[in-house]
Design a protein around this ligand. Structure first.
Ligand code: PSU
Ligand code: MN
Length: 303
């Protein structure tokens, strides 16, 4: 493997080498998931939360063709403010790299790069999963298949109900990816505390999550561990309201013929527009919680 293709910042490289806590953060969330100017504020705040915990943030993205683990504040600003940036999943990585493009990395590409750099914990908002109608369209996120062979721990608030959650959980089972509820056995639904689905296991401390990760490594297993962290019940979107919005979002995506990797950004944007920004507040709240929990798991791993 040619490791010079990937740039790891000195700060991240030193922290990994010395066994200090590091948490990876994705960039699609600020290049494609959140509107300006909130996207940049959120990207900066995530790093500040980690630094406040004594954890080194490793924001990951592709800057001018260089897959980078530990983007500088200036690079994050530029990626947040530039139009037409590529959404980079794992298959896109060699292409944007060779063509010298900027890219926001998805969960799949971020997890891959984090692992390459020796970073074990990765916090995100929501994971990609199986889209509704996937039995016809084959649209399921490469996040799932990538996580099946990428040994990191990913903290998320589950998957949004823009996706087929039951099918997504089945795929995690098939792909040997363990799902741990944090303080719950109910799978969270990102905007809502409870998606209506069960997960097999619950952990209640960062130390327990770290122990699962260490056990996986001891067994030499290659898959990610998913830590599903629900939003507080008093901060969630009213679940009844969400159902109506989602139905409208799918109908609109269908009418406009949105397909492929444009689907997730389209649905997220639609929901943000129709809830007048309230979903955005929940989105940011959820992300803050996941970043902080990732920091605590990384600290527990280093202890
Ligand atoms: N789900 C969210 N917010 C997001 C994404 C997913 O709630 O921002 C982004 C993540 O970067 C995820 C990607 O990895 O979308 C999945 O896209 P696709 O479904 O095209 O694989
Ligand atoms: Mn897709």
């Amino acid at each position: 493997m040619n490791s010079s293709v990937v740039r790891v910042s000195e700060e991240v490289e030193a922290a990994v080498r010395e066994g200090r806590p590091v948490v990876a953060l994705e960039s699609t969330i600020f290049t494609h998931g959140l509107p300006r100017p909130r996207n940049l504020e959120v990207a900066r705040e995530a790093e500040e939360i980690l630094r406040g915990q004594g954890v080194v943030p490793a924001t990951i993205g592709v800057y001018a063709g260089t897959p980078t683990v530990g983007l500088t504040p200036e690079q994050i600003t530029e990626l947040s403010e530039t139009d037409g940036i590529a959404k980079v999943s794992l298959r896109d990585l060699p292409v944007v790299s060779a063509l010298g493009l900027h890219g926001g990395t998805t969960v799949a590409a971020t997890a891959f790069l984090a692992h390459r750099a020796g970073v074990k914990v990765f916090s995100t908002g929501g994971l990609g999963g199986v889209h509704h109608g996937a039995s016809q369209t084959f649209d399921e996120s490469a996040d799932m298949t990538t996580l099946a062979t990428t040994p990191v721990l990913v903290v998320s608030a589950g998957v949004k109900s823009i996706l087929d959650i039951a099918a997504t959980l089945e795929r995690f089972e098939t792909l040997n990816i363990p799902v741990l509820g944090y303080g719950t056995t109910r799978y969270p639904g990102f905007y809502v505390t409870d998606s209506g689905h069960e997960v097999g296991y619950s952990v209640s401390t960062p130390e327990e999550a770290a122990a699962v990760l260490n056990a996986r490594d001891g067994l030499g297993l290659p898959q990610a561990v998913l830590l599903a962290n629900p939003v507080a019940a008093d901060k969630q979107l009213p679940p009844e309201e969400l159902d109506a919005i989602l139905a409208a979002a799918w109908a609109e995506a269908d009418r406009k013929g949105i397909i492929g990797n444009a689907t997730t950004p389209f649905l997220l944007d639609y929901i943000q527009r129709t809830t007048g920004g309230r979903s955005l507040d929940v989105n940011v709240e959820v992300y803050r919680g996941n970043v902080a929990l990732g920091g605590r798991v990384a600290a527990a791993l280093s202890a």
